[in-house]
Design a protein around this ligand. Structure first.
Ligand SMILES: [Zn+2]
Length: 292
């Protein structure tokens, strides 16, 4: 029996270790179905959605975090956006990307390729978001997030992300964890943590075995006594709506809407984040023109 989607935050070793873990199977599968991704793309998207939730859980209430991988591989790019309330949405640029397995594993690094990772932290009270742009180190996502945490946030971190795709192409297990060394950690704690990281099973295997986020943390921090400090249900949420689509059409201008009425007799708008399709018929478009 698989654990439901959930994110747990914990600490260990007198707060000198921070641990975050999430099970994201249902939301990664929802993303796959919405975007009709092929297995390699499903793994890339699932890992990135999970990473943005884990990083997002460290944010303050009014903050938002987005991850954007732009690579020269066939996938071309991945975008994911999360907040501290466990809501995430995202997409890949070429959803049908699938590569031959690399040593038995989905070749996410090959699909992403060399390029840049942009991490944006937006705050509702601050016009200018924090933006970090880094070179992609492996394209496997986990290593890239660890590189970001070390070079931009100065926090040494072990990041493990995993998505297991069944032969039916369904995502049947997804999740991840981040272990971080906080200031004041003793050399013994750091050495013990390194041993733990080297020994930990792949997170997709743990999720397949039915592990919950706290069980993932307990496994990854073997020998420590982790303490849960918070948990939040996680899910795929997009804020698009008919009203927003109409707002976007109005922003295009009356002439553009008239053109749509004349040429198409309707407007078809697809949300790139969740692939929801909105169709506005002639009457709705004419009402929109009248309201401008
Ligand atoms: Zn949407």
């Amino acid at each position: 029996m698989l654990s439901p989607d959930l994110l747990v935050k914990a600490t260990a070793a007198d707060n000198t270790i921070r641990a975050l873990a999430a099970v994201t199977t249902a939301l990664a599968e929802e993303a796959r179905v919405r975007h009709q991704t092929a297995p390699t793309a499903s793994a890339a998207l699932g890992r990135t959605l999970t990473a943005s939730l884990l990083l997002g859980s460290m944010l303050k209430e009014d903050e938002k975090l987005s991850l954007q991988f732009m690579g020269r591989g066939p996938l071309r790019g991945i975008f994911a956006e999360a907040n501290g309330q466990g809501e995430v949405r995202g997409f890949v640029y070429h959803p049908r990307t699938h590569l031959p397995l690399n040593r038995g594993k989905l070749n996410v690094g090959g699909a992403v390729g060399a390029g840049t990772l942009t991490v944006i932290r937006a705050q509702s009270w601050n016009k200018e978001p924090y933006r970090s742009v880094l070179p992609i180190v492996s394209g496997e996502i986990g290593a890239d997030i660890a590189h970001y945490l070390l070079s931009s946030e100065q926090i040494p971190s072990a990041v493990s992300l995993g998505v297991f795709v069944a032969p039916t192409e369904a995502v049947v297990a997804a999740g991840g964890f981040i272990l971080q060394v906080m200031p004041g950690a003793s050399p013994e704690t750091i050495a013990q943590l390194e041993t733990c990281v080297a020994r930990a099973k792949p997170v997709s295997q743990l999720v397949r075995e039915g592990a919950s986020p706290i069980e993932i943390i307990t496994h990854a921090l073997e020998g420590f006594t982790p303490m849960t400090v918070g948990e939040v249900p996680v899910r795929f949420v997009c804020r698009c709506s008919r009203e927003r689509v109409m707002g976007a059409l109005v922003a295009l201008g009356v002439a553009e809407i008239r053109d749509l009425v004349k040429k198409e007799g309707q407007a078809r708008v697809t949300c790139e984040f969740c692939n929801e399709q909105y169709v506005l018929d002639r009457g709705e478009l004419e009402a929109l023109i009248a309201s401008c």
